[in-house]
Design a protein. Sequence first.
Length: 89
Amino acid sequence: IDESCGHAFMSLGRGPGYTAFLHVNYRKPMPAGHPTLVKVVVEKIVRRKVYLHAVVTDGSETKFADAECLFVIPRPATAPVDPPGFMSA
């Protein structure tokens, strides 16, 4: 689910982002080798925060899991400031 949410986040074209929160509700056991469909919807975007909702199904009505996810876009990097006397000879 985290990877699917990450792909959905990256498709927004907002640059790199990080999973800040992921809560998964496991609803039913998923049989091994069973085809699955993961649907991710962007719920809202607030400044650097992107809220997503994901659902894992068998493609019809059987829901195996759902999740709430928050991705955060990092602040722009600033140049580090060297302390006084750093690297002085």
